[in-house]
Design a protein around this ligand. Sequence first.
Ligand code: ATP
Ligand code: MG
Length: 271
Amino acid sequence: MEIIAIANQKGGVGKTTTAVNLAAALHYIAHKKVLLIDLDAQGNATTGVGVDKNALTYTAADVLIDDVSLAKAITPSSSGIDVVGANRDLAGIDMALAEVEDAPFLLKNAIKKATTKGKMDYDFVVIDCAPSLSILTVNAFCATKGVIIPMQCEYYALEGVVDLIDTIKKLSELNPDLYVRGVVRTLFDGRNTLAQDVSDELEKHFGNLMYQTIIPRNVRLAEAPSFGQSIFGYEKSSKGARAYHQLMNEVLNRIDEPSQSQAQISTAFAW
Ligand code: ATP
Ligand code: MG
């Protein structure tokens, strides 16, 4: 079972859009069994696959705070992807877990328990993180081996990534297997020369860690969530769908060669 966390503490960079549509590509195109875990109190990934976040019996908060089994919190969605949903119940989690000793490992342990009991049988788990480096994101980083970082090609893009990479490095103490699967450019507008310049900078900086796929700004990608659909359910011939299909291919190819990324992280992020 391959666990992928989608993270960047910067807001609005396309994390959720990437989580939902990568999960959907794995399901629709590669025919994989996929679980999407929403670790953001905004619940956008949950609604993005057509699940009513306010009608959930159990959410990720119940799993993390109240030790409800992960299997119980899984909701099937009409898109064919299963989801562990989230809503504002997740908002106070930092406080709730302040005194909990193994707080960083709650998600990891929940996944392990469900897997060993045979209650969870997925090829892929995709975790959508909140725009913060809170205990929720730490839980995602401890449950996964590999993180995908969506980045928007704008002037301040690199600033936040320094903190993110710093956190990933620090967390290697808790999770020695943690590595960056890749950095994906999102919301890209090729007519904007600044975006092009920043994109070139990112390539120089991150080298092979950059996915070659660039997710374009595409109105269909922005519309799909309001219909509770992934881009593959909403408009599978759109530019956005093609881009996420291509990204999925790259993600799958890299799974066979993680050591390359691991070697890259120490050089690419030494700044
Ligand atoms: P947050 O940090 O709040 O969780 P996020 O990083 O998850 O945000 P998204 O919610 O995926 O970002 O995207 C932010 C907004 O941009 C949303 O309205 C989304 O529909 C839109 N969006 C994301 N990617 C694209 C794209 N490639 N083309 C057009 N719109 C997009
Ligand atoms: Mg989001």
